[in-house]
Design a protein around this ligand. Sequence first.
Ligand code: PLP
Length: 430
Amino acid sequence: MSNKLAIFGGTPAVSVPVLDLWQPPKEEMKRAVCELIDADFLSGSGTGLPKQFEEEFRQYVGAQYCLSLDHGSTALASAFFAVKVGPGDEFITPTLGYIGTYGGALHIGARPVFCDIDPHTLLADPDDIEKRITPRTRAIVPIHLFGNVCEMDALRDISLRYGIPIIEDAAHAHGAEWDGVKVGNISDITCFSLQGSLPYGKPICGGEGGLVTTNSRAYYERMLVHCHLHRAGITEELTLPEYRDLDSQVLGQKWRAHPLALAIARVTMQSLDERNARRAQFRQQIFGALQGMAGIEPVCAYPKAKPAGFYTGHPLVYHPEQLHGLPAQRFVEALKAEGVPVSLYGRKLEHQKTIFRRGFDLWGHGRGPLGGEFFGLPPFQGYKDGDFPQAEKVAGNILHIRPIIEPPDGLVEQIASAFEKVIAHHQQLL
Ligand SMILES: Cc1ncc(COP(=O)(O)O)c(C=O)c1O
């Protein structure tokens, strides 16, 4: 191997082609779409393929109920509605997160309260969640970020002690497990995204779409009335006294999925377990090879967690202080020049967004959860740097290795050599 770094004109450490030998099942997807076109089934829910797909996913996770929606974020919005989050309520979600998780709650007038993370898993820290509970907290909203599974025992314990439901955001984590139980069958409600396309979209994907699962009849019916206008059979499904006599237009919102999207997603589900297993193997090999290298910390999983999905990639926390302060950006540039499929996770933390620093007049006229006093909420104070020390320490230093499903022979070893090379010569990059 050349000792000269590739960024300075040396020979790249990775010489095998950086590609994924796994091929998406495009012919099956086309067939599934054409079947619906031939059947003139381009709109509808609660029947046909949409219902069949819901049933298959429901059985896959082992939950009692499953509904499909047009997006992961609307699945989440309907979950907030199901647990009765409303104006003036609070919910807790990690600052290393995403606005799609909770945008729906914000727009019904609830205030996000962010929590810090465990810097070794990058997931919501249960102890910090507990500290932020107030009498207004109506939901705990952990995210199985990048397919890593949150500490569900601790979260369920908090949920039970305080009587606050959990809404899990599993947008990245289809097929993941906690203590042998599939994510989707663990807490009160779990939401999945179906956005993107194979191989690097959501682990089950059909362009746009979402799924929600629950074991609660009450939550299920509440989600039905919230946004499943004209779903086939809806009036027969509404059995609870408060919803029983509603008509099929229920509360007027139609957030159902496009059948063509579900047809594609259904095809992608068939290879989910295989893709998860192969990605998990690639992750284990890469993480094993990188373990112990200066400046690099592969994220770890809690002992009961079985990560899966791996949306975005396999995360590593970079520690610049171990490499004479070499900035993450420069480290990544040097790795890329060596041929490593790596990227820097460049997103802001949620509390660092402008709307949460200075507040926002959501509905005009000084109204909304991010302004002055609102439905019993005290005036919004705004977040500042230093509020979430663990997340702030790692946020700019999260690297992702592309979650290749079927790597060419030798790629894992060459990626490891590339890291060794850049680390060994890092002082040249300063
Ligand atoms: C963590 C997380 N939650 C929710 C969503 C929202 O899903 P969708 O894009 O399907 O609305 C996403 C989408 O990327 C996400 O990454």
